[in-house]
Design a protein around this ligand. Structure first.
Ligand SMILES: Nc1ncnc2c1ncn2[C@@H]1O[C@H](COP(=O)(O)OP(=O)(O)OP(=O)(O)O)[C@@H](O)[C@H]1O
Ligand SMILES: [Mg+2]
Length: 239
């Protein structure tokens, strides 16, 4: 469904991503791990069109999208929850969700997987907070609103950039079940995570990035036990 082919991207004169290639299949959960500064967020920004790709291709469902503007990538089925969440803090939870739902309605009927009720079932706390301003919610609650909003765009690929950052351990654990339910609706998930425990539980396999490159690929067999393998996590995350 998505194939990234030797892309190069960066900021101004700085090149960050160098010949990055990876692929995600339909309904697959794929993790990207790597130390701080490895280029994970730059990859996310390239995938959602916030950073231009200088060379290489991004192919979604057979169509080249690297030149498609960021605001049109949702129409291609890609939704992103960025590191800083990018919610409209001064608006209510309901308005944030409605704005996304309106955008998601433009997707074909066959792509409509999520309704507001579905989102409230996924995140029960939200029902009582629909009229709250997002900036008054806790970090964990805001993360859930950001995921809900992304899902109402009706993506078939959801990209999460370090969703566990700043969350209490209990909420991090709940992310495993939430990601499983999202995948259960037929959505592929690209999960950027430094929490290898969460990443191994939520994704089937992984790519490891370092210094702007994909340095290794961990298949399902090895990935399952990767969190318990300290020498592996040390090597992967440079810790
Ligand atoms: N806006 C920017 N302008 C210039 N350089 C940037 C910018 N954002 C990131 N970089 C550089 O790009 C490199 C990769 O950063 P990136 O944020 O993609 O890493 P990351 O893997 O997401 O790290 P982290 O785990 O800390 O989130 C870093 O060397 C960083 O300094
Ligand atoms: Mg990052």
């Amino acid at each position: 469904m998505l194939s990234v082919e030797t892309i190069t991207a960066g900021y101004g004169a700085i090149t960050v991503l160098r010949d990055v290639s990876l692929a995600i299949g339909a309904n697959e959960g794929v993790a990207v791990i790597g130390p701080n500064g490895a280029g994970k967020t730059t990859l996310v920004r390239a995938l959602c069109g916030l950073n231009p790709v200088r060379s290489g291709r991004i192919v979604k469902d057979g169509r080249e999208i690297q030149a498609v503007a960021a605001h049109r990538r949702a129409a291609a089925g890609i939704a992103v929850v960025l590191e800083n969440r990018r919610l409209f803090g001064e608006l209510t939870v309901r308005t944030n969700l409605d704005l996304a739902a309106r955008e998601g309605d433009k997707r074909g009927a066959d792509q409509r997987r999520f309704t507001l009720d579905g989102i409230l079932a996924l995140f029960p706390f939200m029902a009582d907070r629909l009229d709250a301003h997002v900036e008054l919610l806790s970090g964990g609650e805001q993360q859930m609103v950001a995921i809900g909003r992304a899902l109402l765009l009706q993506p078939d690929l959801l990209i999460l950039d370090e969703p566990s950052t700043g969350l209490a351990p209990k909420i991090v654990k709940s992310l495993v079940g939430i990601i499983a339910r999202i995948r259960g609706e037929g959505v592929s998930v690209l999960l950027i995570e430094q929490n290898v425990q969460l990443a191994t539980e939520a994704a089937d396999r992984a790519y490891v990035m370092k210094l702007g490159r994909v340095v290794s690929e961990i298949g399902p067999e090895h990935w399952r036990g990767a969190a318990k393998d300290e020498s592996l996590t040390r090597a992967y995350l440079g810790a």
